[in-house]
Design a protein around this ligand. Structure first.
Ligand code: IPE
Ligand code: IPE
Ligand code: MG
Length: 254
């Protein structure tokens, strides 16, 4: 396969990825689902590297949803171990390449052995600004909206804000996942065409690209193909677009 042509002009600034299909990847090989998650972890490495090289400013990867806690205990346990291993093994790559690592979601629910590697890496990389890598962990878009609404209601109750101050922007400003800006492009792998509670509020005008590839099979070229598809779209944000070229007179008469 020849690499898709990506222009360096008009890159999406913030890319979100719903990394789906690890379980099916393993099942297709007669392996336990956890092996799919292991292979998925290697795919995260490849895609982080490719995004940084491309010049994407912010990459948000959906690694574990608030709803994923309902999976079998051993699968959740393996996912947490892989997350910890990822943070340990990528530490050098993150710090050495100007990557700022942060996490969004209900982090209180994460086990202590994850927090003890996550928190120091987030603190140490906080001054980096080549690319922000955000891990969405124990994350839910609805939960994030509810948390922002709670914060605003506290402000109103304390008399620091009026109900009229509760604007779309006031809500947006209280969503940690959007501190890097709204996502421009959101990719979902694994063939399903749904959002599964990812970045709900920020998705308003994101371009969506769905890939049939299972996440462990997703590589740099697939990322480039998604970015090239994004570059071929016309974002209108509710306004009137450039439209299509007018028909030539002969064609118009037909
Ligand atoms: C994505 O792969 C990883 C997580 C949701 C943690 P899945 O585990 O959902 O894989 P499928 O969708 O069952 O194939
Ligand atoms: C979305 O995948 C969550 C992550 C990729 C972390 P799921 O596999 O959990 O989503 P559903 O259940 O198919 O909607
Ligand atoms: Mg899935």
């Amino acid at each position: 396969m020849t690499s898709p042509v990506v222009e360096l002009r008009g890159l999406p600034s913030h890319v979100g990825i719903i990394m789906d299909g690890n379980g099916r990847w393993a099942q297709l090989r007669g392996l336990p689902r956890t092996e799919g998650h292991r292979a998925g972890s290697a795919a995260v490495r490849r895609v982080v590297r490719a995004s940084r090289r491309l010049g994407v400013r912010a990459l948000t990867v959906y690694a574990f949803s608030e709803q994923n806690w309902a999976r079998p205990e051993d699968e959740v346990g393996t996912l947490m171990e892989l997350l910890q291993e990822f943070l340990v093994s990528e530490r050098g790559e993150i710090l050495g390449n100007g990557i700022r690592l942060q996490a969004v979601g209900n982090l209180e629910r994460l086990p202590a052995f994850v927090r003890t590697v996550l928190d120091p890496l987030a603190a140490e990389s906080a001054g980096n600004h080549d690319m922000t890598l955000t891990l969405a962990l124990s994350y839910g878009g609805r939960e994030e909206i509810a948390a922002a609404a709670r914060e605003l209601s506290i402000e109103v109750q304390a008399g620091r804000m009026r109900p009229d101050d509760i604007t779309a922007e006031a809500l947006r400003a209280r969503m940690p996942s959007l501190a890097v800006g709204d996502p421009d492009l959101v990719i979902r792998t694994g063939g399903e065409q749904r959002i599964s509670n990812f970045l709900l509020y920020g998705l308003a005008y994101a371009e969506l690209v769905f890939s049939d590839k299972l996440w462990p099979d997703f590589g740099a070229d697939d990322l480039y193909a998604a970015v090239a598809a994004y570059q071929g779209r016309e974002r209108r944000f509710g306004r009137v677009g450039k439209g299509v070229a007018p028909l030539s007179p002969t064609k118009a008469q037909v």
